[in-house]
Design a protein around this ligand. Structure first.
Ligand code: SF4
Length: 203
């Protein structure tokens, strides 16, 4: 099988996965993952939200607007990025609302572990050169989260031959990226991403 066919097969398996439901968690069945086998950039979010679960498009709603505004400053065009790169998440099924009723439920450690097997396969198969973890859960895959986000955003590291540049969660509910000092850190991260876009000669 070609790499493209292998990825299509992996996507079929991921979209059919109900492991978390079988373990007793409420999830909206039907994982949300999009991207192509030859992507050079992979974004990793926390989990899809309610509208993403319906239209099966990562970062479809308000957070997506802000994320693509940031990526736009790094030189990416949203539709081109969506068509030529890869967008996934720590857990790939919408986990429903949290107990408080406000935001979405944060996937449990067990769900994260279940879904990690898929993420590891996606990374191994797509083999991206640049990974952009978005939000604390995804950032924790690569960075020491005993450090405050202020010490992490605006930095880049290299892991297994890939560049990792984290971004904060772009949700309107998050106040972190709205603080003036933190905005500067986001700008720094965007500049680093833009530099990688140039080095990788991406559209
Ligand atoms: S979140 Fe991941 S592990 Fe859980 S059911 Fe969905 S695809 Fe499977």
């Amino acid at each position: 099988m070609t790499k493209k066919q292998n990825l299509e097969e992996l996507h079929k398996q991921i979209r059919a996965c109900v492991k978390c439901k079988e373990a007793g968690y409420w999830i909206a069945e039907g994982a949300v993952v999009r991207g192509v086998h030859n992507a050079k950039v992979m974004t990793i979010g926390q989990a899809p939200g309610p509208t993403e679960a319906i239209v099966k498009r990562p970062f479809n709603a308000g957070s997506g607007k802000r994320l693509f505004a940031w990526l736009g400053e790094a030189g990416f065009v949203e539709e081109t990025f969506r068509a030529t790169q890869y967008m996934t998440s720590i857990t790939k099924c919408y986990p429903g609302k949290g107990k408080g009723g406000g935001g979405d439920r944060v996937p449990s450690k067990e769900e994260q572990e279940f879904c990690r097997a898929w993420l590891d396969q996606e990374i191994a198969l797509v083999n991206p050169k640049l990974i952009i973890p978005i939000g604390r859960l995804a950032i924790s895959l690569f960075f020491d989260m005993t450090l405050p986000l202020e010490k992490i955003i605006g930095k880049q590291i290299e892991r297994d031959g890939r560049i990792i540049i984290p971004l904060p969660h772009p949700s309107g509910a998050s106040t972190w990226h709205q603080k003036e000092a933190n905005r500067k850190l986001v700008k720094k991260a965007i500049r680093l991403i833009g530099k990688q876009r140039e080095l990788l000669i991406l559209p």
